[in-house]
Design a protein around this ligand. Structure first.
Ligand code: NDP
Length: 331
């Protein structure tokens, strides 16, 4: 069995020296435990934050220990009646080919409703992040103009479609490069796709939404957040989901210089951490799975094959190599 360990804490952009591919024995289950052969691993931007010495909202990864992240797989050994051999489960011991865990830490999934890997994407915390943001954190009201950044990514591509379903009148997305910007409109149902690499995002947003925006799903922070505050209408709402533009920064990044405009706009800027919304999972799965089944929620994934490619997949998700959910397939 192979696993990926944190070899060194990165300074700035991580590189191959950040990771170590190591071999271990396939574990055996103790009483109440299961062994899972992981088949798909999620690759997520938050992992960059967990590589820091200090993380505000979680335990940092330990040097020399395997990385953690969501995965799905098949139970190949079990000493827990609740999760028999052959079950497909999701759990948090990704970044290794075989995982040993307490059965209570695994969730059995229904792979007749959707393929297993969808539980790492639209039917996992990715989709839940988009849903919780647009229904609870920065709720969309019918007729709203909604702006989503990193809109071709896992959270963003689902968020744009949920905004539409909740009654948004106009949905604007931004992504890196002309191909992704076009894709936002052609495949993910956005009304407009902005290319943040082509020109300053503020000017592009002002042009796409001349009368302003009501809701912003912030996956990026930095100049994207500044642009959204500028464009926000009275009583506008911002869901602060991510700040990927600063994850590789070596210095603390200042907040937007126009923050105080939120006061005059009676606006709300509200952070969200998806783990605080896990209680919404049944509601989201019921709605999201139905939209996937009837073909009205389109999702995509970018797949790297083999655990040895996982570091490349991680570097790729930070630099925009993905459309939709970034995944590693194990075999
Ligand atoms: P994505 O699939 O969106 O992948 C990340 C994308 O970010 C890249 O594809 C790239 O797209 C974009 N990006 C990278 N650097 C920049 C930059 N400097 N400026 C603009 N865009 C950039 O990842 P996820 O959907 O998994 O996550 C999206 C965001 O949501 C992240 O910030 C993540 O940390 C956050 N998140 C937060 C959660 C929470 O609980 N609060 C839960 C899940 C995710 P492009 O090519 O378009 O630039």
């Amino acid at each position: 069995s192979r696993e990926i360990r944190l070899a060194a804490r990165p300074v700035g952009v991580p590189g191959p020296e950040t990771f170590e591919l190591a071999s271990t024995r396939v574990p055996r289950p103790g009483e109440g435990q299961i062994v899972v052969r992981n088949t798909w691993m999620s690759v997520d931007p938050y992992m960059r934050e967990w590589m820091r010495e200090e993380v505000s909202y979680a335990q940092p990864y330990r040097i020399g220990a395997p990385l953690l992240g969501s995965a799905v797989g098949e139970v190949v050994a079990s000493r827990a009646d609740s999760v028999p051999v052959g079950s497909m489960v999701t759990h948090f011991l990704g970044w290794r080919e075989y995982a040993l865990l307490d059965a209570a830490d695994a969730t059995v999934i229904d792979t007749t409703a959707a393929p297993a890997e969808a539980y790492l994407g639209p039917l996992g915390t990715t989709g839940l992040t988009a849903y919780a943001t647009l229904t609870r954190v920065a709720p969309v009201e019918p007729g709203d103009v909604v702006y989503v950044s990193a809109a071709a990514g896992a959270v963003g591509s689902v968020a744009g479609q949920i905004a539409r379903k909740l009654g948004a009148a106009q949905v604007i997305g931004s992504a890196g490069g002309p191909v992704k910007a076009k894709k936002l409109v052609a495949d993910f149902g956005f009304d407009a796709g902005l290319d943040h690499r082509a020109a300053p995002i503020g000017a592009q947003l002002a042009e796409a939404a001349p009368d302003g925006i009501d809701v912003y799903v912030d996956n990026v922070g930095g100049d994207h957040l500044r642009a959204a505050i500028e464009a926000l209408r009275d009583h506008g709402r911002i869901g602060m989901v991510g700040a990927i533009s600063s994850y590789n920064s070596t210095e603390p990044v200042p907040g937007p210089d126009n923050l105080f405009k939120l006061a005059a706009k009676n606006a709300t800027l509200r952070g969200m951490l998806v783990t605080s919304y896990l209680g919404l999972f049944p509601e989201w799965i019921e709605r999201g799975a139905a939209w996937i089944a009837d073909g009205s929620l389109h999702y995509e994934q970018t797949v790297f094959d083999g655990i040895d490619r996982a570091p490349d997949a991680f570097l790729g998700v930070l630099s925009g190599a993905n459309t939709g959910k970034m995944l590693v397939r194990l075999n």
